[in-house]
Design a protein around this ligand. Structure first.
Ligand code: SF4
Length: 66
């Protein structure tokens, strides 16, 4: 299971940051989501990540099976 982030769909609502501030942040310029991981690092799909995906109002966060 892999977390996919579509920054074009993100409206900067910030719910993901409230759900898991250790993984999600917002860009200071446009407010869109950023992942606090290294460039080649896959984030672990934790329960908090699943909640962030569930509560993102724009569908910018999804989980993939591949
Ligand atoms: S919850 Fe969704 S729309 Fe809001 S900042 Fe996070 S990814 Fe963007």
């Amino acid at each position: 299971m892999r977390l996919l982030v579509d920054r074009e769909r993100c409206l900067g609502a910030g719910r993901c940051v409230l759900t898991d501030p250790d993984l999600f942040d917002q860009d200071e310029d446009d407010g869109r989501v950023l992942l606090l991981t290294g460039p080649d690092e896959e984030p672990e799909v934790t329960a908090a990540v699943r909640r962030a995906v569930q509560f993102c109002p724009t569908g910018a966060l999804t989980l993939s099976d591949d």
